[in-house]
Write a protein that binds this ligand. Structure first.
Ligand SMILES: [Zn+2]
Length: 253
């Protein structure tokens, strides 16, 4: 399995990062993909990748919740990193209208700017949306020239939204939300196109049932896989094989 979205460089893991990676490997999670957040997360992310070079791969991007009045400077610094290091994706990027709409225009500018980096660098993008799937799809469809690929991470939307995302050539990242009883995903997951499904945790956030509310970790990717298997009448091995292949193709692993 591949945990395609994990913040194990966060300080929540400072006391037991080695054990967390060992538990993931023991659970069959062979690769852990690290999305960047802002300027402060770059150093711990790259240190974590260097500590586990066989397992961890980094992305580079500016998360919409960290777009503020300094966005131009942040983007300059983040862009400069692509010349210094190999990254598997531009991420995580996107639009978040849940917490704060103050910098909405700046968020849109940062998102479109980073989509254009992805085109130049020929890298997939990892997209974060919250209360903003329609806005994000509108911007993405304007920028989609046939070369953009990527994933809407932490997908918890409707089947119609899933189809619109797939129609633009984009994948769906399923995580802990898929296991929530009140999440509504039991109605959606059985009908998804499995060619576009990849697995993730988004740890330390959004731990799947039965760890909901506690710290999440990459080993729990298997709980998401089991949930997808149960809802689709598949074995966990089948879900593992399909989603791992999808992730390998998308991120060229
Ligand atoms: Zn994230």
């Amino acid at each position: 399995m591949i945990d395609t979205h994990a913040h194990i460089y966060a300080n929540e893991f400072d006391n037991d990062r080695e054990e967390v990676v060992q538990r993931a490997l023991a659970q069959g999670v062979e690769q852990i993909l690290l999305p960047n957040i802002d300027l402060e997360s770059i150093e711990p992310m790259l240190a974590t990748e260097a500590q586990f070079p066989q397992v961890c791969r980094s992305m580079m991007g500016l998360h919409p919740c960290y777009v503020d009045g300094n966005v131009k400077h942040s983007l300059e610094v983040i862009h400069s990193w692509f010349a210094k290091h190999n990254f598997i994706a531009v991420g995580e990027i996107g639009i978040d209208l849940y917490w704060d709409k103050t910098y909405r225009a700046e968020q849109e500018m940062a998102f479109v700017t980073q989509l254009n980096w992805a085109k130049e660098l020929q890298l997939p993008v990892v997209i974060h949306t919250r209360d903003s799937i329609q806005e994000t799809l509108a911007l993405l469809s304007k920028e989609q020239n046939g070369t953009l690929s990527g994933v809407f991470h932490c997908f918890g939307g409707s089947l119609e939204e899933a189809k619109a995302i797939n129609d633009l050539g984009f994948h769906l990242g399923l995580g802990g939300v898929s296991t929530f009883k009140n999440g509504g995903m039991d109605k959606v997951i059985p009908h998804l196109d499995m060619d576009y499904v990849i697995l993730e945790t988004d740890c330390p956030y959004l731990a799947p049932v039965p760890h909901r509310g506690k710290r999440n970790e990459p080993a729990y990717t298997s709980l998401v896989a089991q949930r997808v298997a149960d809802l689709r009448d598949m074995t966990i091995e089948q879900v593992d094989t399909m989603t791992t292949q999808n992730a390998k193709t998308l991120f060229r692993l």
